[in-house]
Write a protein that binds this ligand. Structure first.
Ligand SMILES: *Cc1c(COP(=O)(O)O)cnc(C)c1O
Length: 427
């Protein structure tokens, strides 16, 4: 496989970019070797600068749910580009996207658009504190909520692959109000509530996707909703990854719970920088200009990004690909398990809708500790095996693979073959 041009760019990029990347997971550190530089993408495929073609299961870490370059999204974006990039003033499209998002989330009366998932969640912390008048927050080990100070502890994702417990440069003061609980362990939450009467909110990924895909048990998620409500603690459901992924709306709908504050990102921008946080009126009315919680943004609600979001959600609703996602993910799961079994490799597959994750482990994976006990060396070999066979997956054991509605039956056949070949290469 020829990676010459990627190599050259990687070397060149070191000069003025940090590690030649603008987000750490892209550096391929946990799988060794050098990162691939991409040149273009269309539908289910992505092409690197050496002309190699891959079926793309990274999909920009989630946003590209329709696949790349959907004609309707291109059309909407081009129309907007021709009439203006950014005004710093309100537009009709912001109202339209807000209506689509609020309609899809029963517990959301109002929404505020921001520019990333990180920004959505850090604003949700401030909002929860403003509304409750309390200071502490609870997060779960292995859940990632963006890179804001207060949430950058036991944060899974890129930190997990770099084996960092947290980040340098985060003062102890910034995390002194952050309490860590164990995913799927309701007693670990109850303990914090018993010991601290100053908890503003519990933050959770409703389906964890940043320690690999980990599902909550039914009783855990329901009890979490109940005890937060009983104790006047807000439940902030971070659907930056899961929003519009498993159903047209949130994972909370499928899990039968309702958030006090919901955070969104990724899919709602259709590949452009959009994040959002929303809640019922009495909570959102805390936000300026209606209330005293300040949060602002020069490019928030950017017209081009709104056009991409509206066209993506409109097309998604029309396609309703969710049953197909479930079917395709089931086929992938069976293929992975079958290929592992044939080669005597221990494997566990977790999935939810269009998110799927093979863990190189013989155990079931229900939390961060169990996820971290996986055989990451095997994952690394598997990763490069898939790359060599034309499949681009995230370069980390702890990132979800994503399906897009552009994934064809022919792609699925190719995936099956590649998985079987790559699994043989592990031994
Ligand atoms: C990706 C992600 C974020 C951060 O979003 P960015 O747009 O990368 O800032 C926050 N929470 C979850 C659950 C995510 O998956």
């Amino acid at each position: 496989m020829n990676n010459k041009r990627s190599q050259e760019l990687y070397n060149e990029g070191q000069k003025h970019l940090v590690g030649a990347v603008n987000s750490p997971v892209r550096a391929f550190k946990s799988v060794g070797g050098n990162p691939l530089f991409m040149e273009r993408a269309q539908g289910s495929k992505i092409y690197d600068v050496d002309g190699n073609e891959y079926i793309d299961l990274v999909l920009s870490y989630g946003p590209m749910i329709l696949g790349h370059g959907h004609p309707k999204v291109i059309d909407a974006v081009q129309k907007q580009v021709n009439t203006g990039f950014s005004y710093g003033a309100s537009t009709a499209d912001e109202i339209k996207l807000a209506e689509m998002v609020c309609d899809a989330f029963p517990g959301m009366d109002k929404v505020r658009f921001v520019n990333s998932g990180t920004e959505a969640v850090l604003s949700a912390i401030r909002l929860a504190r403003a509304y409750t008048g309390k200071n502490h927050i609870v997060k779960f080990a292995g859940c990632y909520h963006g890179h804001s100070d207060a949430l950058l502890v036991a944060a899974g994702s890129g930190l997990a692959t770099l084996s960092l417990p947290g980040s340098k440069g985060v003062p102890a003061d910034a995390v002194k109000n952050t309490l860590i609980a164990e995913y799927n362990d309701i007693d670990s939450v109850k303990k914090h509530i018993a010991e601290c009467d100053d908890i503003a909110a519990v933050f959770i990924e409703p389906i964890a996707g940043n320690m690999g895909v980990v599902l909550p048990t039914d009783s855990f998620i329901r009890e979490l909703r109940q005890i937060t409500k009983e104790n006047g603690i807000l439940l902030v459901i971070d659907e930056v990854m899961t929003g519009f992924r498993s159903t047209f709306g949130g994972a909370q709908e499928l899990l039968g719970i309702e958030a006090d504050i919901t955070c969104l990102g990724k899919v709602i921008g259709g590949g452009f920088p959009v994040g959002a946080y929303g809640a019922r009126n009495e909570i959102m009315e805390m936000v300026a200009p209606l209330g005293g919680m300040y949060q602002a943004g020069t490019l928030s609600g950017n017209p081009v990004a709104m056009a991409a979001g509206i066209s993506t959600l409109t097309e998604l609703k029309a396609q309703n690909p969710y049953d197909r996602f479930n079917r395709q993910a089931e086929i992938l799961e069976n293929t992975l398990l079958e290929a592992a079994l044939e080669n005597g490799i221990e494997l566990t597959v977790n999935r939810f809708g269009s998110m799927i994750n093979p863990f190189f482990s013989g155990q079931i994976i229900t939390n961060f500790t169990e996820a971290q006990a996986c055989d990451t060396e095997r994952f690394t070999k598997f990763f490069w095996g898939l790359i060599e066979n034309g499949v681009y997956i995230p370069p980390s054991q702890f990132e979800a693979w994503f399906l897009s509605s552009a994934l064809s039956e022919a792609d699925l056949e190719k995936l099956k073959t590649a998985i079987h070949t790559a699994m043989k290469m592990i031994n």
